[in-house]
Design a protein around this ligand. Structure first.
Ligand code: 5GP
Ligand code: ZN
Length: 114
């Protein structure tokens, strides 16, 4: 729990969120400003600011987050495909400095991303 971190507050239940998956280490909830019909954020419960801060001991956690994204995508009926995005750093558009994976689906996606 990092004081001042909005996602830590969601984990602690201090800020409400629409949860779609939760276990001991991972929480997934709907983005408050959805950029697609399905827009879920998957986060570790541990406060890790960015991908740059990952340590070797967290490899399994990150693998589980990706596999959980696939479970949630199935739950959401995203058979046509989906996109996973992690912004790292302000230059890439990261606004919340608690590591998260965006799961986006339900519409076509262009490439390269904006
Ligand atoms: P970033 O720009 O850091 O990659 O993504 C942060 C995401 O968190 C944004 O898509 C934003 O809409 C979402 N977000 C920010 N504050 C809240 C909140 O209080 N609740 C929820 N559910 N999503 C939030
Ligand atoms: Zn946090």
């Amino acid at each position: 729990m990092e004081s001042g971190c909005i996602f830590c507050k969601i984990i602690a239940g201090e800020i409400p969120a629409e949860k779609v998956y939760e276990d001991d280490e991972i929480l997934a909830f709907r983005d408050i400003q959805p950029a697609a019909p399905t827009h879920v954020l998957l986060i570790p419960k541990a406060h890790i600011p960015t991908v740059d801060d990952l340590e070797a001991g967290q490899d399994e956690l990150i693998g589980r987050i990706l596999r959980t994204a696939a479970v949630v995508a199935r739950q959401e009926g995203l058979e046509a495909g989906y996109r996973l995005v992690t912004n790292c750093g302000r230059g890439a558009g990261q606004e919340v400095f608690h590591l998260h994976v965006h799961l986006l689906g339900g519409r076509p996606f262009g490439w390269p991303p904006g």
